[in-house]
Each structure stands twice: as structure tokens, then as C-alpha cells.
Design a binder for this molecule. Structure first.
Ligand code: ITT
Length: 193
């Protein structure tokens, strides 16, 4: 029987992407089976800190093994913004559409559009944690395209592709994306340990 792994995320799209890639290793559970109504605290200054904070919170509160994901989009022309603040780029409350629109607006007239997505996963198990990072380079397109995926997917076109993430199926995105790359490292770690 596969061990149970809880995903310390309140984002159902992350649950979908991660579950698809971990199904051979774990019985993956989202937070719906745990008694949690509050937002998981996320007050760190880096993706690493936030990822660990989320994993630790769920692992210690419910005594379970869990995996957390903190991700960000770093745009070179904006000195790495929105970065660790990607979820709240347009302010509170979190709003994916408003974030995306603000980013498009802030890049109007800017020719240099290189950006990268980064994910830091933290696996918290038996009081010990391990972190894994994945990234993908690409560019921010001028106008959103596609309606799959979530968040900034409609404006992020990975390098060597002519489609945005939102124009790809989940399986296609999961072959190349930041989160999938971090998950590859996690799976390698599991296989070696
Ligand atoms: P949890 O903290 O509950 O995991 P969240 O959506 O708040 O969920 P983050 O704190 O990692 O996630 O915030 C990352 C932001 O970047 C958020 O606005 C996401 O919509 C966006 N994002 C993360 N991964 C993405 C991806 O693969 N494609 C597009 N946007 C993504």
C-alpha cells in the first residue's frame, strides 16, 4: 500500500498538477479531509521560507507527512517582481485575474519580457524536512491566451514553445513546468532514500 501524503495547499490547481505526478508514489490527499478552515500562514520573505512554513504548519498541526508548494513568477524587467508576492501582486484579497492584468499593464511598452517561474516544494516527514526547487524560463506575452491552467498561465510562454501554459493541457504543462521539475527532484530523492 502506498503511504499517504497530504498536500499543504489551498490551491486546487496545484493539487491537480501534483497528484497527477505523484500517483505512483503516494496516496495523495488534499486538505478537505483535515479540519482546517483558516488560511495557512505564509509570512516568509522567500519562497523557501513560505514553503517550509506551510509544510510545517500542516505536518505539526495534524501529525501527517506533507508536501507544500510555494511558487512565484519573476520578471526580469521588473527586478524579479512579483516573485514571492505573486499571489497578492494586485493586493488583498488574492485575485488571479487582477494579478495577471496588473502584470500585463506594468509591461506595456517594455520589449524585454523574459521571466521565469520557480517552485519550491517542501516535504515534511517524521519531523524532518527536505526542499526541492524547479524552474522554467520563458517570456510574458502581451495579451493573455488560452483558458487552461490557472494564475499567470495565460501570459507565460515557456522558452522554445509557441503556446502559453494556458494553451496546453495539464499533461503537456506537467512535462516541462517548474512544479513538475521540482517534483522530479522529489521523486529522485524518494527513490534514493
Ligand atoms: P497555496 O499557498 O495555498 O499553495 P497559492 O495560490 O496562494 O496557494 P502561492 O502562495 O505559491 O500559491 O502563490 C503563487 C502565485 O503564483 C499564485 O497567484 C498562483 O496563482 C501563481 N502561480 C503559482 N504557480 C503557478 C503556475 O504553475 N501557473 C500559473 N500561475 C501560478
Amino acid at each position: 500500500m502506498r503511504p499517504i501524503l497530504y498536500l499543504a495547499t489551498q490551491n486546487k490547481h496545484k493539487v491537480e498538477e501534483i497528484s497527477a505526478l505523484l500517483k505512483d508514489h503516494f496516496t495523495v490527499r488534499d486538505l478537505s479531509t483535515l479540519a482546517i478552515t483558516e488560511e495557512i500562514p505564509e509570512t516568509g520573505a522567500t519562497l523557501e521560507e513560505n514553503s517550509l512554513q506551510k509544510a510545517r504548519y500542516i505536518a505539526e498541526k495534524f501529525h501527517v507527512s506533507c508536501l507544500a508548494d510555494d511558487s512565484g513568477l519573476e520578471v526580469e524587467a521588473l527586478a524579479g517582481a512579483p516573485g514571492v508576492y505573486s499571489a497578492r501582486y494586485a493586493g488583498e484579497p488574492k485575485n488571479d485575474q487582477a494579478n495577471l492584468e496588473l502584470l500585463v499593464k506594468n509591461l506595456v511598452g517594455i520589449a524585454h519580457r523574459r521571466a521565469r517561474f520557480v517552485t519550491v516544494l517542501t516535504y515534511f516527514h517524521a519531523g524532518v524536512y527536505h526542499s526541492f526547487e524547479g524552474e522554467i524560463q520563458g517570456e510574458i506575452v502581451e495579451a493573455p491566451r488560452g483558458n487552461q491552467g490557472f494564475g499567470y498561465d495565460p501570459i507565460f510562454q515557456p522558452e522554445n514553445e509557441d503556446r502559453t501554459f494556458a494553451e496546453m493541457t495539464l499533461a503537456e504543462k506537467n512535462q516541462i513546468a517548474h512544479r513538475a521539475r521540482a517534483l522530479e527532484k522529489f521523486k529522485k530523492f524518494l527513490d534514493e532514500n
